[in-house]
Write a new protein. Structure first.
Length: 278
């Protein structure tokens, strides 16, 4: 039995080494927990800035979630970012509470700001189980592309990525559970987790993993994951966005992997919604 576990561990180390060589930019080869990067490495990602309380007589906005550019007028993000908040009494599905920052490595400034015209959460979103956790965001003017701002390529309908495949996740979320969010964009890498394994593990938390979700992390090792503030950001496999950061238990947990919205399940909905809302 010990020999079996040693063999599995060696295989994981080999996968990590291969992934670093082929997927991670050369200047950022350290891997544990995520490391700084720049927006030109991930120009498809945008910051969803949510309105805060008035300060010194002016409205303030702070990065709350992330999004992925899909057209010159649209981003996709997760529906749970845009829900009614009982504490503030605000309905965050209303575009007046948001701005989008594109083209900046930093969550506190830089890049270009866009107002929102529409937010369309999936009509089947379930806030208890995070089913259909996807939304389309429409900005009020065309997005200008440059080396720091580019449209993404998303996975085709019905395709899947095999378990143990290496992926990158990037965002401005906390670097540890209950930790502070960094100012600079960070990335880390994770591996696709076998669906049945993810389903069985999350049953112990009364969570349901359906076909609209995929799981990724570092199984039985932990330490590599998305975290608070990363919601809506991209899960990328070989340059293709295959998922959006949705939910998880803690951050970087060694038993419960991160759960992502499975974009291959929603390509028709994305196309229909972006055509309907310009």
């Amino acid at each position: 039995m010990l020999t079996k576990y040693i063999s599995v561990y060696i295989q994981l180390l080999f996968l990590v080494a291969v992934f670093i060589i082929n997927e991670v930019p050369a200047q950022f080869t350290r891997i544990v927990g995520g490391y700084p990067t720049t927006i030109d490495q991930y120009p498809i990602i945008g910051q969803m800035l949510r309105q805060q309380d008035m300060w010194a007589g002016s409205l303030q906005y702070a990065q709350h979630c992330a999004g992925v550019i899909v057209t010159s007028r649209h981003l996709i993000s997760t529906a749970h970012c845009f829900q009614f908040d009982a504490i503030s009494g605000r309905n965050y599905a209303l575009p007046k509470y948001w701005k989008v920052r594109l083209g900046s490595s930093f969550r506190t400034g830089g890049g270009s700001l866009y107002n929102l015209k529409n937010i369309i959460p999936h009509e089947g979103f379930n806030k208890s189980y995070y089913f259909n956790d996807i939304a389309v965001v429409v900005v009020d003017k065309p997005i200008k592309s440059n080396m720091n701002v580019k449209q993404s390529k998303i996975i085709q309908k019905g395709l899947s990525v095999k378990p143990y495949s290496g992926c990158v996740v990037a965002g401005w979320g906390a670097k540890e559970f209950n930790g502070a969010q960094p100012d600079q964009l960070h990335y880390t890498f994770v591996f696709i987790i076998n669906r049945n394994t993810c389903v069985e593990r999350y049953k112990t938390k009364q969570a349901v993993i359906d076909d609209g979700m995929i799981c990724a992390g570092m199984m039985d090792v932990g330490g590599l994951d998305a975290c608070v503030g990363d919601s809506g950001g991209p899960l990328i496999h070989k340059g293709i966005v295959i998922g959006l950061v949705s939910f998880g238990y803690s951050c970087g947990h060694n038993y419960y992997p991160g759960v992502y919205t499975n974009l291959a399940h929603y390509t028709d909905w994305i196309n229909k919604t972006t055509l309907a809302y310009k």
